[in-house]
Write a new protein. Structure first.
Length: 214
């Protein structure tokens, strides 16, 4: 997996990171990482209404409506952290959640060993759906920009697919930072910070994959 094909998009500014953990993700995150779940933590990036609105505008481009239960994942994290409900899942997801919480950008993380074939990023067709949790709930992806493999969409800025989520046995991960040109450079800043945290949490072979725009 050397690159990700990205369909031309008027606003998308996406960054993709790949990393490997030497041990499975069943090992707990460090306290230093978990301390950053607080909205009061002094992080390299901070968010606000300008970021929220820019992200929602990004997701509207294909006709998707990013509100209610379909709002960007980063908004859920801010609400959970503010209420003290944000808890550890595994190292890979915890890094994702810390950076998304403070940057305001939605970030997907998938298990590289659970995706198949070439990867691409594009707005999906009307009527496309996938299961996003263990209880079998589905999300309507119509008009939403998604990461896709040979089996179809597997991640996006709202809810990632259950099919490719990480678990305690995962060790190879792929991150997608859903940035927008209305916030120039922010996705790269978020990815750079995530790479630092991944190394601190023991990840190796952390690299940014090139995007090939089609």
């Amino acid at each position: 997996m050397s690159k990700v094909e990205v369909e031309a998009h008027p606003l998308l500014e996406v960054v993709v990171l790949s990393c490997v953990f030497p041990q499975h993700l069943g090992e707990a995150s460090t306290e230093a990482l978990l301390d950053q779940f607080s909205v009061d933590y002094s992080a390299p990036l901070s968010t606000g209404d300008d970021v929220k609105l820019a992200v929602r505008d990004l997701l509207r481009v294909g006709g998707f409506k990013p509100s209610g239960r379909s709002k960007p994942a980063s908004e859920y994290l801010i609400k959970a952290a503010s209420g003290g409900f944000l808890s550890s899942i595994n190292k890979a997801v915890d890094v994702c959640n810390v950076v998304s919480l403070h940057s305001g950008l939605p970030i997907s993380v998938v298990d590289r060993e659970r995706v198949n074939g070439d990867l691409s990023i594009a707005v999906v067709e009307e009527g496309t759906r996938y299961v996003f949790n263990a209880s079998g709930q589905e999300i309507d992806l119509s008009g939403l920009i998604c990461l896709r493999d040979e089996h179809g969409p597997c991640a996006n800025a709202v809810k990632d697919s259950q099919r490719t989520k990480t678990n305690a046995d995962s060790s190879q991960c792929l991150y997608v930072f859903w940035g927008t040109s209305d916030l120039p450079g922010r996705a790269q800043q978020a990815a750079d910070w995530a790479a630092e945290l991944l190394v601190q949490e023991g990840a190796v072979e952390v690299e940014q994959l090139p995007n090939a725009t089609s």
